[in-house]
Design a protein around this ligand. Structure first.
Ligand SMILES: Nc1nc2c(ncn2[C@@H]2O[C@H](COP(=O)(O)OP(=O)(O)OP(=O)(O)O)[C@@H](O)[C@H]2O)c(=O)[nH]1
Ligand SMILES: [Mg+2]
Length: 227
């Protein structure tokens, strides 16, 4: 299946906790472009979603607690933060990229900031190669908001693969709320063709993270193998 990996059981390969090291933070579209332009073959994962849905928290739960900065206040992550990480039980020379993106749909910023933010995100998604998985995080309590839908219609032009993770399921106390969210699944798969897998997780309580971890690793190995 995966070249050179026949002796290692797939289930043993995981994201190496604590291996993600911060490389750079970009707040200028031109600098981001230069960097991306220099790395056309990079394989990686980008976490994107509305402000405050828990992108940075989920990164920390998957990659090690001190990787990304989190906050109660929406709009904490204001630049595109790039990290490098490796996989457990896998060639330690092979580095993958991790991107913690600022949230979309956050209204409380100045017009100048919003313009720069739009250009930054536009640069990222326009020059993104097809070896980068997008993990779209949504708040399980408020799924499929207008800004999420806008994001998907914007993405549709790109040839990218998206995994959708509904975070904060610990906040869904009633079974009724959980099954309502579950019922959304087929509709969203139909509506957003780029979405290949969906997960229901809690970054805080670490619920269902193994399944997500496994799928992320599978994506990375599949991508290495296909080039
Ligand atoms: N209950 C609960 N709270 C969570 C969970 N994940 C994140 N939070 C909280 O949600 C808030 C926002 O988390 P962040 O990880 O900073 O969110 P973000 O999406 O990176 O936010 P921006 O960078 O501002 O876009 C923090 O107060 C977290 O503690 C979760 O699974 N359950
Ligand atoms: Mg953040």
């Amino acid at each position: 299946m995966f070249s050179g990996l026949s002796s290692i059981p797939m289930k043993d390969i995981t994201i190496k906790k604590g291996s993600a090291t911060f490389i750079r933070g970009f707040d200028q579209p031109e600098k981001l472009f230069d960097w991306m332009d220099n790395k056309p073959d990079s394989i990686g994962i980008a976490f994107v979603g509305r402000s405050n849905v828990g992108k940075s928290s989920l990164i920390n739960s998957l990659f090690g607690q001190k990787t990304a900065k989190t906050s109660k206040t929406p709009g904490r992550t204001q630049q595109i933060n790039v990290f490098e990480f490796t996989l457990e039980k896998f060639d330690s020379e092979k580095k993958f990229y991790l991107y913690d993106l600022p949230g979309y749909g956050h209204a409380k910023v100045s017009r100048a900031m919003l313009k720069n933010w739009n250009m930054l995100m536009d640069t990222f998604f326009r020059y993104l190669n097809d070896r980068t998985l997008i993990v779209n995080i949504q708040d399980a309590r408020h799924p499929n908001q207008a800004s999420d839908q806008q994001f998907y219609s914007y993405l549709n032009a790109n040839n990218v693969e998206v995994y959708l993770a509904f975070n904060k399921i610990d906040k869904l106390k009633k079974q009724k709320e959980r099954s309502a969210l579950n019922k959304l699944k087929p509709q969203l798969f139909k509506e957003f063709k780029s979405v290949k897998q969906m997960f229901f997780v809690s970054a805080e309580k670490k619920d269902n993270l193994e399944a997500l971890n496994l799928s992320l690793v599978n994506y990375l190995l599949k991508t290495i193998d296909s080039f």
